[in-house]
Write a protein that binds this ligand. Sequence first.
Ligand code: SF4
Length: 355
Amino acid sequence: IGEDLKNELANDLSTSTPGFSLAKVKEQMFYKVGLADAVDLFRARRVFIKDGFAYVPFKEIDVIVLNNYRTKLSKALALTARSLPSIQSDERLQPLLNHLSHSYVGPDYSIQKNAGKISLEQIDSLSVKSFPLCMRQLHRALRESHHLRHGGRMQYGLFLKGIGLTLEQALEFWKKEFIRGKVDADKFDKGYAYSIRHNYGKEGKRTDYTPYSCMKIIMSNPPSQGDYHGCPFRHSDPELLKQKLQSYKISPSGIAQVLELVKGMHYQLACQKYFELTHDIDDIGFSLNHPNQYFTESQKLLNGGRELKKEFNNSGNFQQKNNSQESINSSSTPTFSNAQADTELEGLEAYFTED
Ligand code: SF4
């Protein structure tokens, strides 16, 4: 309501709105809403009523918004339930509907936008500072056992591609690590190099594969014994998760908060809490949907708004480069092609025959 009306009603607003002195009435905004929308407030005697309208102070307006949202949601759900049988019988819509709850429609973290921004030497320190727990776990397992099984290679390989590893770097990275274990160079070239080139769209259907989203990691292909892929907040035993967080020097109260979220099956919120704890911030300020988003946001925070400061040029030297604008642009372009990419990935997995 405008100032004139508020001044005219000031006395009534003050006496009918609990906790509102005349001075406070003057400071605060009031909304005039139909009585039907403010029944709860009216029933609890928290608002002034006149001529079929309630005068609601700003601090109470969330009750009105919530009620409105709830009403609209329940109407929409009822409508959906009624039309579902006819939609489900349409075979063109069926796959779309089945995929809806798993699909990822956030920014596309594919290689082109970030290629060449990191060097292999940076990966160890980046894994501690800026990798989400799932990728930190995979990196550590790879360094320790010089091998990752199929699910881990897919999840980690595509993540690394998304943060900027070029195909040449990826081949070098995996080969160097694998030949430190039981795989010799020849076996690597024959058994593993093909699948890495495939990930980069250089073999087979030549699709440029997209890194996995949190939803895909959480909902599909759970790890078995000896696997390190998956989401630790979803797939790790809580006691093991607790030990892992302790070893990463997370405070006991922080661990308790993470475990509480895990218990409530809020895995991505638990990961957001982990981000806040490891970056020493109170509010993450974004909603986490993707491991590469975690990495990008972490780098922005650590580099004061910029992503990785260095660019690895073709001659092997680093160049200084401010990527802030580019990073903002690149992370704000939504893609809707991931459902298709996910389907195609199923085909790709067949290429990973080596265990
Ligand atoms: Fe990785 Fe996402 Fe799980 Fe975090 S919530 S650990 S980013 S899969």
